[in-house]
Design a protein around this ligand. Structure first.
Ligand code: HEM
Length: 254
């Protein structure tokens, strides 16, 4: 189990060939029947479909107009649905819908999204990896790993690392803001893993989070039925994935 950003980096950035084999994930076997990226024990990481997907998914996330427009349309539809379900007559912002280019000008919003991802810790142990050939792992405690050894990248231990985040268990966007209010990168922020094994959907996921959140907040105020300080933000369950608690929220017209 690789704990902390330094160990994860040592494994999947510096020793990428050895540590990026796919581990066994029982749940994916029954769903994917051995096909696709999540099939267990896939040792060859840079297969043709993988390369194809990297190009396609990263292109989609980075710039293809149709996808960006789809994300915006989906966000607008979500707002429409919220409006209908609330039966509140309010107007979707008329002049400007959030665009991805706005993100660079909105460091606070970006920091809030980083902090949501950090604390929600969607995949605490990442997706299982497997050692593809016997290797000696020098740090933090020297050890030998045999081919086929399961490897877990303990992403939680980076996201909630007290050496990298001042208040690791408290929601505070300042973890990602410098003294001037600009977005501050943090090498322990690795919810998508890192290196060549990094989540193929990172760019799309980050775009969606920004567009959805800003579009919702542009149109409604989210009000909790309890004072925020009384909310319990500990996860309901945490295994392969973190399941958050259910919260009661009111969507009020701005
Ligand atoms: C907030 C949302 C998401 C988070 C936190 C997340 C996180 C992750 C993590 C930690 C991994 C494992 C990387 C590793 O092997 O070390 C992964 C793999 C993967 N993710 Fe995501 N992911 C998200 C959304 C998405 C989306 C939207 C897509 C597709 C559009 C996607 C597609 C994939 C694929 C295909 C892999 C397997 C990559 C491979 O085996 O090479 N993810 N993701």
């Amino acid at each position: 189990v690789m704990c902390g950003p330094e160990a994860v980096k040592e494994a999947v950035v510096k020793n990428v060939k050895v540590f990026c084999g796919h581990g066994i994930l029982a749940i994916s076997d029954s769903v994917f029947q051995g096909y696709g990226f999540f099939s267990s024990g896939r040792q060859q990481h840079w297969s043709t479909p993988h390369r194809f997907s990297i190009t396609t998914l990263r292109d989609l996330g980075m710039g293809k107009k149709s996808v960006k427009e789809n994300i915006k349309t989906e966000a607008q539809c979500l707002v429409e649905e919220l409006r209908k379900s609330q039966e509140i007559d309010w107007i979707i912002g008329k002049n400007h819908s959030p665009e991805l280019q706005d993100r660079a000008k909105m460091p606070y919003t970006d920091a809030v999204i980083h902090e949501i991802q950090r604390l929600s810790d969607l995949l605490p142990l990442g997706i299982p990896h497997m050692v593809t050939e016997g290797t000696f792992f020098p740090s933090p405690s020297p050890s030998h790993s045999h081919q086929g050894t399961d490897v877990f990248l303990f992403l939680s231990s980076s996201l909630k690392n007290p050496h990298h985040f001042e208040k690791p268990h408290i929601f505070d966007p300042n973890h990602f803001l410098d003294a001037q209010g600009a977005l501050k990168k943090n090498e322990a922020f690795i919810p998508f893993s890192m290196g060549k094994c990094i989540c193929l959907g990172e760019s799309i996921a980050r775009s969606e989070l920004f567009i959805f959140l800003t579009t919702i907040l542009q149109n409604v105020s989210l009000v909790s039925s309890k004072p925020p300080e009384d909310l319990d933000i500990r996860p309901q369950e945490s295994g392969l994935g973190t399941v958050l608690q259910n919260y009661e929220l009111h969507f009020l017209p701005c």
